[in-house]
Design a protein around this ligand. Structure first.
Ligand code: HEM
Length: 404
C-alpha cells in the first residue's frame, strides 16, 4: 500500500489530492485498514465499479451507512425492485414536473434568501445561501408548511453530521437517532393526510405514483424524503458553494461567466469534476473481482474515490486546473454529465436529481450574479474545503455594492 495519510487525519481532510495522486500512481486498488475497504482511485476503475456491467457489485453497504438514519431507501435496492422504485420517483425530477411545477419553487426560494442580504453589501454565501437554498427547495417541493422550514433545516444538519461521523462521535450518533424518530413522527401523519388530499406537490406525486400495481408505502415515502435531505440537500449545497469558490478565486473566469451566462452549465460541470461534493461512494463486492491489477474478494467493501477519479491525468489534461473552457469536457453548453465526470456516479444509481441540481445551480448563480454586480471575496479570505466523504468550502464571505 502507498504511504497515504489516514483518512481521519487533519492532513488528509485539509488536502486529499496529494494522497489521491499517490494512490493512482502506486496502488490504484489497495486494502485500506482504517476504512476496512478496498480503495479504488483511477477514473477507469471507478467508472467500472459504477457501471457494473457484470453484476459484480451491490449497494448492501448502505444497510449500515444510511439505513440507521434514513430507513430503507432506493439506494439500498437492486434489480427489478430498484428499477420499479426508480421509475416511480424519477419523473418528478425532470420534464414537465421540473419545468412547470418546480422551477418556480426554485426561483422563489433563491430570491427570498438573496433578498435578505442584497441590501447589506456583504454575505457569507455558504451560511446565508448555499446551506439554506436546496433544503428549502426540497421542503417547498414536498409542499411542507413554510413555518416548518427551520425544523427541516435542523434535521438536515443532524442527518449530514450523522452521515459524515467517521470518528463515531456518540453525541452526533445520538442526534441522528433522535432525528430519525422526530422525522418519522413529523412526516408520517403528513403523508397519510396528503393521500386523502392530493395536490400539485412532490409528496402528492409520490403518494399517487403507481407502476403495475406497485406503489410506495408511507414508510417508503418517509425514507425517500429523509434521503432527499442528504442526497438533494448537502450535495447541491456544496456544489453551489463550490462553483462560487472556484469562480471567485479565478476572477477572469467569473467575468466570462457573468458576461455570458450560457457558460454556467460548463462552470457547473467543471466544478463537479474539479471539486465534487461527494468524494467517496462505497459498494460491496458480490463476487471475486479483478480490478486495476488487484484482486478484490467477494464480500468486501469497495471505496470509490470520485474526487481522485475526476483528477486522473489519464482522463483529463492538467487535471488540477479549474478551467471552465477546458476542451476535454464533452459539454459545450449542453448537459451531458454522465460523460463529463463521475460526480453523479454512473449506472443504475446515477443521480436521479441531476437535472434538478442543474436547474438550482443555474437559477441560483444567475440570480446571485444579477443581485451582486461587483461580487468579490472579502479582503484576505481564501476559501478552504472541509470534509472527507463530502467536501465543500466552509465559508465564503463576499462583498458587493448593496442594491439601491
Ligand atoms: C444518487 C450526487 C443532487 C437525489 C446520487 C449519487 C451521487 C449523487 C454520486 C449516486 C450514489 C450511489 O451510486 O451510491 C449528487 C450531486 C448532486 C446531487 C453531486 C448535486 C450537485 C441531487 C438532488 C436530488 C438527488 C438535487 C433530489 C432532490 C438523488 C437520489 C439518488 C441520488 C434519490 C439515488 C438514486 C438511486 O439510488 O437510483 N446523487 N446528487 N441528488 N441522488 Fe443525487
Amino acid at each position: 500500500a502507498p504511504q497515504v495519510p489516514d483518512i481521519l487525519s487533519p492532513e488528509f481532510a485539509a488536502d486529499p489530492y496529494p494522497a489521491y495522486r499517490a494512490m493512482r500512481e502506486s496502488a490504484p486498488v489497495f486494502w485500506h485498514e482504517p476504512t476496512r475497504s478496498y480503495v479504488v482511485s483511477r477514473y477507469e476503475d471507478v467508472e467500472y465499479v459504477f457501471k457494473d456491467r457484470n453484476g459484480e457489485f451491490t449497494t448492501d453497504n448502505y444497510d449500515w451507512q444510511i439505513e440507521p438514519v434514513h430507513g430503507k431507501t432506493i439506494l439500498q435496492l437492486s434489480g427489478r425492485e430498484h428499477a420499479v422504485r426508480r421509475a416511480l420517483v424519477a419523473p418528478a425530477f425532470r420534464g414537465a414536473d421540473l419545468q412547470e411545477k418546480f422551477l418556480p419553487v426554485i426561483e422563489r426560494n433563491s430570491r427570498e434568501l438573496i433578498d435578505a442580504f442584497r441590501h447589506t453589501g456583504s454575505a457569507d454565501l455558504v451560511a446565508d445561501y448555499a446551506t439554506r437554498f436546496p433544503v428549502n427547495v426540497i421542503a417547498d417541493m414536498l409542499g411542507l408548511d413554510k413555518t416548518d422550514h427551520p425544523r427541516f433545516h435542523h434535521w438536515y444538519t443532524t442527518v449530514i453530521a450523522f452521515l459524515g461521523n467517521l470518528s463515531g462521535d456518540p453525541e452526533v450518533a445520538a442526534a441522528g437517532d433522535r432525528t430519525r424518530v422526530e422525522f418519522a413522527e413529523y412526516m408520517l401523519p403528513i403523508i397519510r393526510e396528503r393521500r386523502d388530499h392530493l395536490g400539485d406537490d412532490l409528496l402528492s406525486t409520490l403518494c399517487a405514483a403507481e407502476i403495475d400495481g406497485v406503489r410506495m408505502s408511507d414508510e417508503d415515502i418517509k425514507a425517500f424524503c429523509s434521503l432527499l435531505l442528504a442526497a438533494g440537500g448537502e450535495t447541491t449545497d456544496k456544489a453551489i458553494a463550490g462553483i462560487f469558490a472556484n469562480l471567485l478565486t479565478h476572477p477572469e473566469q467569473l467575468a466570462a461567466v457573468r458576461a455570458d451566462r450560457s457558460l454556467i452549465p460548463r462552470a457547473f460541470a467543471e466544478t463537479l469534476r474539479h471539486t465534487p461534493p461527494v468524494h467517496m461512494i462505497m459498494r460491496q463486492s458480490a463476487t471475486d473481482v479483478e480490478l486495476g491489477g488487484g484482486a478484490i474478494p467477494a464480500g468486501s467493501t469497495v471505496t470509490c474515490l470520485i474526487g481522485s477519479a475526476n483528477r486522473d491525468p489519464e482522463r483529463y489534461r492538467e487535471p488540477d486546473r479549474f478551467d471552465v473552457f477546458r476542451d476535454d469536457l464533452t459539454t459545450t453548453t449542453a448537459f451531458s454529465a454522465a460523460a463529463d465526470h463521475l460526480a453523479f456516479a454512473l449506472g443504475r444509481h446515477f443521480c436521479v436529481g441531476a437535472l434538478l441540481a442543474k436547474a438550482e445551480v443555474e437559477i441560483g448563480v444567475n440570480q446571485l450574479l444579477d443581485a451582486m454586480p461587483d461580487l468579490r471575496l472579502a479582503d484576505g479570505f481564501v476559501p478552504a474545503e472541509q470534509g472527507v466523504f463530502t467536501r465543500g468550502p466552509a465559508a465564503l464571505p463576499v462583498r458587493f455594492t448593496p442594491a439601491g
